[in-house]
Design a binder for this molecule. Structure first.
Ligand code: ADP
Length: 599
């Protein structure tokens, strides 16, 4: 029993009394505890004072058990009074930062079991919600019974942590700023260099090669340029590889696989959106799906196609084609952030391609015009010469005052020639004037009800002699009547030009002239079985002075189809050509039957 007792002087003493029953007797022993208590209380007071003066939380716990002691600094540092630390179950674990909780508890137990002093750094959430960085120094000791207890000191390292993270942040920011500046400089240099290289030539082919080389090796291991051709299809025009050893493979890819049939989806998307598309990672499986055959797959693999970006080539608002950049053997990959630079590069490339194309077109126009001038002067000279010869022979009679003695036959022949040649000259001059009028946008249409079938018959009649001379026959396949609001003489001009070409280029084979109605349109087909038109010339021959044959073999000014197309367009219609080289050509004209009278 522990109890108090009052001594004779009235002072209070604390006793421990032990009682025993021994042989039927009660024996007792009273021990005065007051002295021992006082001494222990003093010691404890001094200990707590010492512990509280430490700028850190001093604590004690059993391994795996609750805290058995925590200094008052715990409240000053984190805002929780010591009794909460001691009494609330799992108080420490619950106040740990969620991101640190698991590893701190796991690591703590492991280290404690190892028995050596150790340190832990972690965050706790203070009572006011602050995140506090702490460092915990822990020692482990074993009592006589072998049970482990832990002692520790926790200090607040938030300030130094903040400093550290601020320094890290500054370092990162500085590194980023430096990288951004370097990147910007690299871009500027690259683009400046690109512009310089591109400005180096106006030659079309050379420009395409330069465009393909542009991104190598800084932005690509190899690159492919596809352009939209006259027929509206994409055509592989240039390929370049940074590694000279692989360049022949790239060329093989260009020549044997003119366009990756497997990519049109991506390419179509790029063309549609006008934006570059990045494929950061291309798997071998993907290569297998796009390869057209085993050989194609081998080429793609050997070139190594790991990452790609396709950018549209746009100049003056027009899509010219696509440039595809690829990383092959290198470990580099395209990132979405590369898009802007590559689009910029593609824009400059497109401008160069466009300039080269315009230059080539201008050159070609000049060539066509020169050719036209020489042909035209030839065409004009022939009738003029024979006219002059006839006139001179008559003049000689006149100068001798012997006009009446000129043989009637000679006079008639001279006059006939004069009429024929002056007609020819007149027709030539008319045609030239027509072209210049049409080019100046001054075509006058006189709309009236016109029966196309009658026009066809008239034109067929007019060609009797020419047909007979060429050996061709003209097969008519006409509806009963096909009346529309058209300009009679212009419609006749269209038919005349098409039939005249069919006779001229038809190699004496049969020609069909078909006129039928299709809905609210009249469709005229002129089909010959002659020399045909090469695919790459099929759009051009509708331009002024453009021809697909040599002047040595076929005379002509290259104006007929130009005039035809202009008339058809003015009447609200369209003309199409289908042709197979050596097999013949089919021109199809579609004219709306009625159209508002405006020209
Ligand atoms: P021209 O016949 O006076 O040269 P066109 O404008 O009528 O001029 O025709 C332009 C070119 O188109 C011709 O030079 C020729 O190369 C080609 N062409 C036109 N019609 C045919 C056809 N029926 N068959 C083959 N080529 C043709």
């Amino acid at each position: 029993l522990q109890h108090r007792a009052i001594d004779a002087a009235g002072a209070e003493h604390l006793f421990r009394t032990e009682l025993r029953i021994f042989g039927g007797q009660l024996l007792g022993l009273m021990l005065d505890l007051s002295e021992t208590r006082r001494a222990a209380g003093d010691l404890r007071g001094r200990f707590e004072e010492l512990v509280d003066s430490v700028d850190g939380i001093v604590w004690e716990a059993r391994l795996g058990g609750r805290l058995s002691f925590v200094s008052r600094q715990a409240e000053r540092m984190l805002g929780y009074p010591p009794n909460r630390w001691l009494d609330e179950p799992r108080f420490f674990a619950h106040r740990l930062h969620p991101a640190d909780r698991d590893w701190v508890l796991r690591h703590g137990v492991e280290q404690a079991k190892a028995g050596k002093p150790f340190q832990l750094e972690f965050r706790m959430i203070a009572a006011d919600g602050r995140e506090v960085w702490l460092r915990n120094f822990i020692t482990v000791s074993l009592d006589q019974a072998g049970a482990a207890s832990l002692h520790g000191l926790i200090i607040d390292i938030t300030a130094s942590k903040l400093l550290e993270s601020e320094r890290d942040r500054l370092l990162v920011a500085e590194r980023q700023a430096r990288a951004a500046a370097e990147e910007a400089e690299r871009r500027t240099n690259l683009l400046a260099e690109a512009s310089r290289v591109l400005a180096g030539s106006l030659d079309y082919e050379a420009t395409l090669e330069r465009v393909a080389q542009l991104a190598l090796p800084a932005l690509a291991d190899y690159s492919i340029v596809d352009l939209i051709n006259e027929l509206g299809a994409l055509q592989r025009v240039a390929v370049a590889h940074a590694d000279p050893a692989l360049a022949p493979l790239a060329r093989e890819l260009r020549d044997r696989y003119p366009l990756d049939a497997g990519w049109p989806e991506g390419i179509a998307k790029v063309l549609r959106s006008g934006n570059a598309a990045v494929m950061p990672e291309i798997s071998d499986q993907h290569l297998q799906t796009i390869a057209r055959d085993a050989e194609h797959l081998r080429l793609l693999r050997e070139l190594g196609s790991r990452s790609a970006v396709a950018a549209p080539l746009i100049a003056r608002g027009r899509q010219l084609g696509i440039i595809t950049l690829l990383y092959g053997a290198s470990d580099r990959r395209y990132k979405p952030s590369d898009k802007a630079l590559i689009e910029d590069l593609a824009g400059r490339a497109a401008l160069a391609v466009d300039n080269a194309r315009l230059y080539r077109e201008a050159q070609e126009a000049i060539r066509a015009r020169d050719e036209f001038l020489s042909i035209a002067s030839h065409e004009l000279r022939t009738p003029t010469t024979s006219l002059q010869l006839g006139v001179q022979s008559m003049l000689r009679f006149a100068q001798q005052g012997a006009l009446d003695r000129a043989p009637a036959q000679l006079v008639q022949s001279v006059l006939e020639t004069a009429e024929r040649q002056s007609k020819r000259l007149g027709a030539l001059v008319d045609k030239l004037m027509d072209v210049s009028r049409i080019s100046a946008g001054k075509m006058q249409l006189e709309l009236e009800p016109v029966d196309l079938c009658i026009q066809c018959r008239e034109v067929a009649n007019a060609f009797q002699a020419e047909l007979a001379a060429s050996g061709s026959t003209l097969q008519l396949e006409l509806a009963d009547s096909l009346v529309g609001e058209w300009d009679r003489s212009r419609v006749s001009q269209v038919l005349t030009n098409l039939v005249s070409n069919a006779v001229k280029y038809g190699q004496g084979n049969p020609i069909d002239l078909i006129a039928q109605r299709e809905g609210d349109q009249a469709v005229v087909v002129v089909r010959d079985r002659g020399i045909g038109v090469p695919p790459e010339r099929r759009t051009q021959i509708f331009e002024r002075f453009e021809r697909a044959v040599s002047a040595r073999h076929y005379g002509g000014l290259g104006l007929g189809l130009y005039i035809v197309r202009q008339i058809v367009a003015a009447l609200g219609g369209e003309i199409q050509l289908e042709s197979e080289l050596g097999k013949g050509s089919t021109f199809t004209v579609r004219l709306p039957l009625s159209r508002p009278a405006r020209n």
